[in-house]
Structure formats: C-alpha cells, structure tokens
Ligand binder design. Structure first.
Ligand SMILES: [Fe+2]
Ligand SMILES: [Fe+2]
Length: 318
C-alpha cells in the first residue's frame, strides 16, 4: 500500500483538531486593508512594474477576494460529492460513515467561514469585485463527470490547500494575520480530508481497467480545462475590478490578465497536480495516468523561482 490512511485514525485526528468559526474570524470582525492578504507565491503581484506599490497591494487583495470566492465555488461541489459517497454506505463500516459525515460537516463549515471573510471584504473594499458564477452552475458542470474524475479533482484541491498554507508561512512578512489564520485553519482540516478523499478515490478506482483509467484521466483534464477557462475569465474580472478601485486604466492590460491567469492556474491547478501525495495516488491507479498528469505539470512549470513556487508559461491544459 502506498499510504497508511484509514477512517478511524483520520476521524480521531479530525475530532482532536476541530475549531469553530469564532476561533478564526468573528462575524463583525474587520480586515486590515493596509496589508497584503495573499502569499506572494500565489498572488504574484509584487513584481508587476506597471503598478505602484499601493496598486500592487490592491491587486493582491483582489486576488484574496478571488480565493474566497473560488473556495466558495469548489466547496459547493465538494459537499454534494462527499454526501453522495456517504449515503450508499450508511449501513457499512461505522468509522467510514462517521469520518465521511464529519468531512461533509467540515466542508459546510468552510463554506460558512469563507462567506464570513467575504462579507468582511465587501464591507471594507472600495468597489465591488466581479466574480464568475453562479457557483451552482459551475458545480453542476463539474459533477456531470465520472465520480472518479471528480474525486481526483477534489483530491487535487485538498492537497493544494496544504501547499497554500505552507506558502503563507514562507511569505510571512507582510500578510494580514487574519488571512494567514484562515489558510492555517483550512490547512488543518483539509489534511484529514485529503486522506479521506484518497480512500474514496482508491475505492472508486478498484477494478478499473487501464482503458477505463485512461478515460477517467481524460475527463479529469476536461474538468481542469473547464476550471482553467473559469480562472481566465476571473482574471479579466480582477483586472476590471483593479481599474475601478484605482480609478485608471492599467498599462499592458492583456499582459496583466495573462500574468494573473498564470498565477491563478498555478494556485488552483498546478500546486495540487504537482503534489507528491496526489502523484502517488495516480501512480497507484496507473503509472500511465501519473505520466500523463506529470507531462501537463512539466508543461506548466518552466523554472522554480527562489521561493520554491513555480512560474507558468503554458497557455492551455489539455
Ligand atoms: Fe474545505
Ligand atoms: Fe476539504
């Protein structure tokens, strides 16, 4: 076995590490808009020389608004997926039932927490930031695919949150402590979700032929390409929000949209696809599947910069 995860131990870890919304962020708490909210390794706003430092910070905050909204979107399809995988097995292994229901409850709590942060953002930011959506439509598009392909997308997302928090520690200097706290608490619970989703994916993949796995990986790429197109549109919205917030048109607008799209592609797709644990699950399913995903990641990563992140140049995921 390529891991030692099991439902009983994962549930025990989850219960030991549980937190409540008020431990992270109070409903009437305000964000400090004099600071960056996102780690630079994810937002990639500090080196944009067509923006002054104030404008770079505004774009960093818009990138944080994107983070809150994207997790609002993805949690909306993660929650029904998890519940769908609890119901057929309610009479089975008690540890499994409890672990998966707890997983679902935590995702519902995350939706609630991200909304709380989003409300504080809206209260404090000078303009309305446009978002892709509605999240129900995006969720329905993802969920129409084979459950194993959806499970892999969710596994990619669970592991990527682990890297997001580690990135925020690395970029410690300037980030608002409340946002850092959000990434930390999400990281704590997602660590257990990633193990549970690994078990769900293992079970779904059991008995699949090489041809079926090949088809599943193609569907995984279809979902990733769809999400990537969403991120591109979101980058356009973000630059529009920036222009409204700073009250001027930016220079090299198309370049800035492409640069921010690349940052988002790495944040929401590349980080998870490149995660060692995600690669291990793929490798256990089929070395060929792992090879196909590795090839896409290699096309995304040109040169790892000093902070251990990565720069993207590929224009599409296919
Ligand atoms: Fe979550
Ligand atoms: Fe999760």
């Amino acid at each position: 076995m390529y891991h030692d995860f099991n439902y009983q131990a994962t549930l025990a870890s989850s219960l030991r590490g549980q937190w409540e919304l008020d431990d992270v962020f109070l409903a009437d708490q305000d964000l400090d808009f004099s600071r960056n909210f996102m780690p630079e390794g994810l937002a990639r706003t500090a080196a944009i020389d067509t923006l002054n430092p104030f404008e770079q910070r505004i774009l960093n905050q818009i990138s944080a608004h994107q983070y809150l909204s994207i997790f609002g979107v993805v949690e909306e399809f993660i929650l029904p997926f998890v519940l769908d995988h609890a119901r057929p097995h309610l009479a089975g292994d008690d540890w499994r039932v409890r672990a998966i229901l707890n997983f679902a409850g935590e995702e519902a709590k995350h939706i609630h927490l991200f909304k709380r942060f989003h409300n504080a953002f809206v209260r404090g930011f000078p303009v309305e930031c446009q978002m892709i959506g509605p999240s129900e439509a995006i969720g329905a598009e993802v969920l129409r695919h084979d459950p194993l392909a959806v499970g892999l997308v969710i596994l990619m997302i669970e592991w990527m949150t682990q890297q997001h928090y580690l990135g925020s520690i690395r970029d410690d200097g300037d980030i608002d402590p409340l946002f850092k706290n959000l990434l930390k608490h999400h990281w704590m619970e997602e660590a257990q979700h990633a193990k549970l989703d690994t078990l769900i994916v293992d079970a779904l993949a059991k008995g699949c032929s090489e041809g079926q796995i090949d088809q599943i990986v193609s569907e995984f790429f279809q979902i990733a390409a769809y999400l990537d197109a969403c991120l591109k549109l979101q980058s356009e919205h973000n630059v529009g929000s920036l222009e409204r917030a700073i009250n001027r048109a930016v220079d090299n607008r198309d370049w800035l949209i492409a640069q921010q799209h690349q940052a988002a592609r790495w944040t929401y797709l590349g980080v998870g696809m490149a995660h060692e644990r995600f690669k291990a699950t793929l490798g256990a399913m089929s070395p060929r599947a792992a090879g196909r995903v590795a090839k896409v990641v290699a096309g995304m990563v040109v040169a790892p910069p000093a902070d251990g992140g990565a720069v993207l140049t590929s224009s599409s995921i296919s």
